[in-house]
Design a protein around this ligand. Structure first.
Ligand SMILES: NC(=O)c1ccc[n+]([C@@H]2O[C@H](COP(=O)([O-])OP(=O)(O)OC[C@H]3O[C@@H](n4cnc5c(N)ncnc54)[C@H](OP(=O)(O)O)[C@@H]3O)[C@@H](O)[C@H]2O)c1
Length: 324
């Protein structure tokens, strides 16, 4: 059998992504074969393509997709042909069909579509561990979240509100601020026209926030540090504008006995137990209607170059999905 997929021979601009038709062998021991119906786009794909993350080249690309099981390798239990499944974090998702380790694959609950599963899995599991494990958000907390109208940001606003937090979102422009306010944020700060630190101090009565979730990195590091209350936690979970600078003990001391962490989903969903816990919480939040997944960009996989350009330019909101 053959399958179309996206590969890179070198890292760089979006144009390094090329299509190829490759042999797809029968699934090996422990693997399932998936005919993919929907593929998710994540900022991590940009880091892997651009060279921000080191990769073994040549390499397939893409990390997240949903589809139907079409073949099952030896030793796999708990899956049947025809099952609707989803996965995140397995390189090679930009493809029409693929083999994947069954240990990382999840059944999609009946009430959730393939589209929503592929649009939400990685962004939603990230939100789960950030708000419920890295820092346990409590009712009444002021929580500062960057890129509030983006894929992770829209899920986090709704989730944090459900936990009882007063969510403060940072985004760009009045339309994105309105989108943030529609997705759980009690306050939206326009990073293009407002003083973020001054607004946060005003909202929190001068105290600052107990936690900041900063996925922007280099460009917002100083701002995030200045928004934290005493004992505050800086959660640096992305590098959209480049890596945050090294943090010195004295910066944490003088900032008010602060904490700094750089978490990743790969660690928080490494065990099967954590993977099932995290995805289970996400599916529960979607089924209960506490979190709505907005798929604002639907594209064919053949438009992958343009889709990367848009995500990097910051012109997208909510989630982007592809059909193969
Ligand atoms: N550590 C983890 O486990 C993990 C897992 C998943 C995702 N992430 C990170 O989470 C972030 C969001 O991912 P996503 O896929 O949902 O992408 P996204 O938020 O939909 O897109 C990135 C957003 O970053 C914002 N941005 C761009 N330049 C900026 C700047 N100079 N200052 C402030 N904000 C800027 C833009 O939003 P505005 O213009 O609206 O501000 C843009 O829409 C990424 O950094 C990603 O790496 C981390």
């Amino acid at each position: 059998m053959k399958a179309d997929r996206v590969v890179i021979a070198q890292q760089g601009a979006p144009e390094v992504m090329q299509f190829e038709t490759a042999d797809l062998p029968a699934p090996a021991e422990g693997e399932v074969q998936i005919r993919q119906t929907v593929i998710g786009l994540n900022y991590m794909d940009v880091y892997q393509r651009s060279g921000h993350y080191a990769m073994n080249l040549p390499s397939p690309l893409g990390l997240e997709a949903a589809g139907e099981i079409t073949a099952i390798g030896d030793g796999v239990e708990g899956f049947a042909i025809g099952d609707r499944v989803v996965y995140g974090g397995i390189l090679g998702a930009y493809a029409g069909a693929r083999n994947a380790p069954a240990a990382r694959v999840l059944q999609i609950p009946d009430e959730i579509s393939d589209e929503v599963a592929a649009a939400a899995l990685m962004k939603g599991m990230t939100t789960e561990y950030l708000l419920e494990r890295t820092y346990k958000v409590r009712p009444g907390d002021h929580v500062l979240f960057f890129a509030a109208s983006g894929g992770v940001g829209q899920i986090a606003g709704q989730w944090g509100k459900h936990l009882g937090a007063e969510m403060i979102g940072v985004t760009s422009g009045s339309e994105n601020c309105a989108a943030a306010l529609d997705h759980g944020y009690a306050h939206a700060i326009d990073r293009k026209s407002e003083d973020i630190v001054a607004r946060v101090k005003e909202i929190t009565g001068g105290a600052g926030v107990p936690v900041v979730y900063d996925s922007v990195g280099k460009a917002t590091f100083e701002t995030s540090m200045a928004c934290l209350a005493t004992y505050g936690l800086f959660v640096s979970f992305g590098a959209t504008t480049g890596e945050a600078p090294a943090v010195t003990p004295s910066q944490l001391q003088h900032g008010g006995s602060l904490y700094f962490t750089r978490p990743t989903l790969a660690d928080y969903a490494a065990s099967r137990a954590d993977l099932e816990h995290s995805s289970g919480r996400l599916f529960e939040m979607i089924r209960a209607g506490h979190v709505k997944i907005n798929i604002n960009q639907r594209r064919r996989l053949s438009d992958v170059v343009a889709a990367h350009r848009d995500l990097e330019a910051g012109t997208t909101t909510g989630s982007t999905i592809f059909t193969p």
